[in-house]
Design a protein around this ligand. Structure first.
Ligand SMILES: [Zn+2]
Length: 145
């Protein structure tokens, strides 16, 4: 038999929650001589004070723009597992992020991330074009021999 510490009603030995009030029952009887369990709290459950609704800005001050992070991540990913697509998306996201940050009047950060994403994206595209030209030249030279 377990006695609920909250409402003192009797519950089965294997019960985890009180069947009367739903309180968590103690897992085992306290050993003899141990300090008694704290008395049941009589204070009512905490309720947050009611606040009049005040419109909040959608973004907290100086949060990093998620698009800027995505831009940098995609541009870097283009070198590893998203060739071209990652760089193009990185440039697009970076430009979107930069204009978003510019319009946010200082509430959004991460412009350096967006700039880096755009630059790395263009570097990747430049690299792809460069490699493509090299390969084309090699193919043309090779086929004309
Ligand atoms: Zn109870």
């Amino acid at each position: 038999m377990k006695i609920c510490p909250n409402c003192a009603s009797e519950n089965q030995d294997n019960a985890v929650f009180c069947s009367t009030c739903g309180a968590l029952l103690e897992k085992s009887e306290a050993p003899q001589g141990a300090p008694p369990p704290p008395p049941p709290t009589t204070t009512p459950a905490y309720t947050p004070p009611a606040q009049p609704y005040t419109p909040q800005p959608y973004f907290p001050p100086m949060s990093t723009d998620g698009l800027a992070v995505a831009s940098l991540a995609l541009s870097i990913a283009s070198f590893f597992f998203l060739p071209l697509i990652g760089a193009i998306l990185g440039i697009i996201f970076g430009q979107m992020s930069k204009s978003k940050i510019a319009q946010s009047k200082g509430t959004l950060g991460g412009e350096q991330l967006a700039q880096a994403g755009v630059i790395i994206g263009w570097v990747h595209i430049g690299l792809v074009i460069f490699v493509t030209i090299i390969v084309l030249v090699l193919v043309i030279v090779g086929s004309s021999m």
